[in-house]
Structures are given as structure tokens and as C-alpha cells.
Design a protein around this ligand. Sequence first.
Ligand code: NDP
Length: 280
Amino acid sequence: MIELKGAAVSAQIKEQVQKALAKRPGPPPKLAIIRVGENPDDLSYEKGARKKLESFGLRSQSFSYPKQISHARFYEAFLQINQDPDVDGILLLLPLPAQIRFPEIAQAIDPKKDVDGISPVNIAKVFAGETDGFAPCTAEAVMEILSHYGVETAGKRAVVVGRSMVVGRPLSMLLLQQNATVTICHTRTRNLELVCRDAELLVAAAGQRKMLDERYVGKDAVVVDVGIHVDQEGKLCGDVDFDRIRDCASMATPVPGGVGSVTTAVLAKHLMRAAGAFEE
Ligand code: NDP
């Protein structure tokens, strides 16, 4: 089984970004990362994203707010960042606490700065198959990996396990746009094993630790694992039991070192596009 490692994909994106940066006068594009509360997963993602952007030569600034902040105060602060001409892109760490009305924030975000695709405008573009908006970085990271390793999607049976707005749904649309025949699975899917085993391309985005093993993977399938978990020994693992699919899958992304490492590279790419500094 071939491991589809994210590092090579990320390095290629870094090269593209740095080439475009070299041609661009003025300060590098800047990302605002907005966090409410101190969720350890958010803190770790924020740290990783900032480090990656810095290594690409891009700027970032963190804006953090207490977990109890009122909707009105947060909305006001958000609008200020949204309108700041020095901010080219905005990454809002989700989910927000219950008192903050997310739909109002998503409506307010400038679609041109919405580098993680949360605004209704960008969601509509992804669903319409228009490529001039922003898809969520994780969903696009999967497409970058497939393209980098030359995995053909046209006409293939693709099964996506998970239907969240962050991963499963947008990714299904991106795969459809690339002419895959897409099946979307969720907790009410019957015979999940059978449906997954029929896939030529299987994407795991269920958020369930090591849920998919050899029983779910057809012979020579390509498996992409979006899940991120910590196992009993404190090590990172995915939705797929990687060791158990070695004999059936032809290719698979590892965790760590797979989709996660490409997600922040896509974020950098989106930031460049938001700043008008990147033509693909
Ligand atoms: P959500 O919890 O929002 O969604 C999970 C989806 O999986 C839901 O649609 C749910 O179905 C479905 N699901 C859950 N359990 C099962 C099951 N037993 N059988 C079939 N379907 C199931 O998760 P996210 O989409 O936000 O994230 C998914 C995973 O990806 C997580 O592990 C997360 O940590 C990871 N992630 C990784 C990123 C990266 O950069 N690599 C970024 C973002 C997330 P239903 O709708 O019926 O409830």
C-alpha cells in the first residue's frame, strides 16, 4: 500500500506560494485567526496554522475572546476585523459558544476574506461548482492530495463517510465537480460496511476513532482519512485503522502526516488568493 503523505503536497504548495510572494511588492498577506475560549484543539490548530503561515512567509494575527463574551460584543469586534484593510483573510475557529449566533457572523464575513468557506456566498459557490470562491480548507486539502498523487476521480465510485458542513458535504461537492459518482454516508446509513466496501475512493470524515477497518475497504481502494483523534496511548490516529487496511487498500493517507498537514497549506494558498496575489 502506498502512503499518500501530506508533506510532499504541502511542500509543493509552499513553493507556489513563495514564488508568487517573490513577485509581489509590499507586506505579505495577513490572516486574522479569531478564537473564542481556550479549547485545546483550537489552540493547537491556531499554533500549527500560524507556524505554517510564517514558514511560508505570510503574516498572521490572533484575536482571542473570553468564552462568555456576549453576541453583541463579539459581533462588534468581528466587524472591526472584517473591515480592517490590513486583514486579507479571516479564519474563525469553530464551533462558537452557544450565545454567539453563528449564522449572523457567517452572513457578515466578507466573502473575499472568508478563506475557510463559511459564508453563504462561498458555500453556494462550492455547491454550484463555481471555482472562484473559497471551499473549506480541509475539503480542498483532500482534493489537493488526490491531484498531487495523480488519483483519478472522474467516473469513480467515491464514498464519503460524514455530512458536516466543514468536511463531508463540501468535499462531496468538490468530488462531484471532478466527475466522481459520490455517495454520502452518515449515522442513518444502512449497511455502511457494504456501501464503503464498494467504493473505489473512500473518504473517512466521521469523527470516530479507528472506525473503518478492513471490513469497510474494498480491494485496491484509495482511502483518505480526515479524522484526527488521540488513541489510548496518547498517539494521534484517524477514523481509519491504518494497520488493518494495509492489505486491501492500494493507497491511503496516514494520520498524522496526511490531510491535516495539507489543510494549513491550503489555508496559506487561500490567503494568497484573498490578497489577489495568486493566480492558479
Ligand atoms: P462532525 O462530528 O461535525 O460530523 C461527523 C459526521 O460523521 C456526521 O455527518 C455524522 O453523521 C457522521 N458519522 C458519525 N459517526 C458515524 C458512524 N458511526 N457511521 C456513519 N457516519 C457517522 O465532524 P467533522 O466533519 O467536523 O469532522 C470529522 C473528522 O475530521 C473529525 O475527526 C475531526 O477531528 C476531523 N477534522 C480534521 C480536519 C483536518 O484538517 N484534518 C479539519 C476538520 C475536522 P450524522 O450527520 O448523521 O450525525
